[in-house]
Design a protein around this ligand. Sequence first.
Ligand code: CP
Length: 313
Amino acid sequence: MDWRRKDLLGIKDLTADEIRMVLDTAVPMKDILTRTIKKVPTLRGKTVINLFYEPSTRTRTSFELAGKYMSADTINISTSTSSVVKGESLLDTVRTLQAMGSDVVVIRHSAAGAPHFLARHLRAAVINAGDGANEHPTQALLDMFTIREEKGRLEGLTVTIVGDIAHSRVARSNLYGLTKMGAKVRLCGPPTLLPPALETCGAEVYTDLDRALEGADVVMVLRLQLERQQKGLFPGVREYARYWGINRERLKKAAPGVLVMHPGPMNRGVEIADDVADAPNSLVERQVTNGVAVRMALLYLLAGGGGGVEAAH
Ligand code: CP
């Protein structure tokens, strides 16, 4: 199968075969990360621009490293020190960057659909690094890669996603991806943080965390997005931790060998207890490492010009 897409805008658009292709391509990319000299010439002469209108540690840094490990020129644009503060529009900003010869634009924006808008206007490949509460496709791909690496499969697993589902682009992208790959997805959170009609997307919906955890193979804990919510959606952080926080006692309801994941950044003591975040079955740091491999795979597929995965070595 060949990769035919110009852009990576969301998991909703991808087929199971395309998801599998990204995950399979990330396997040899991860091998590169274990080498003493983490550098291959695959993207020499290509330029990757990271344009983040919202804060990021993991996604922006991993795209930068992914590009550098593949010999691309990577440039980070900080909107606070760019002409965005002088009122330049998103489209004019990106057209300016394209005129300088960028091949890939990685964008994070608070507006859902901003990457899709750019993709319609640019020759460069556009990668969605998170658009509002819509999607965070590269996070879901690295999460699926991490689960598959640890469990050997995605099909047939029960994955419980807990937290602020309404505001979570991570939950949405994982729901689309995991169900396409044959996993069963349970979504759990306070009723005020669960959007309506989730069942129509293939999820089982719970407000009782203990029931949602019963027999789960993977528990994906979401960050409580205090900066996105209007006041009054739940009584307070302490109540949230009591009813929907993941702690060691609660995890006993899950299947033996349950894996715990969190996209980060974590609010320790709120959605996840310290002893769960730091336990041997916590994959939080592995998710970060795998994020570099998966983003290398995506840059390769979108800008590398085919030639098989072997060409990346
Ligand atoms: N998981 C994630 O998107 O983290 P950052 O906000 O640090 O990029």
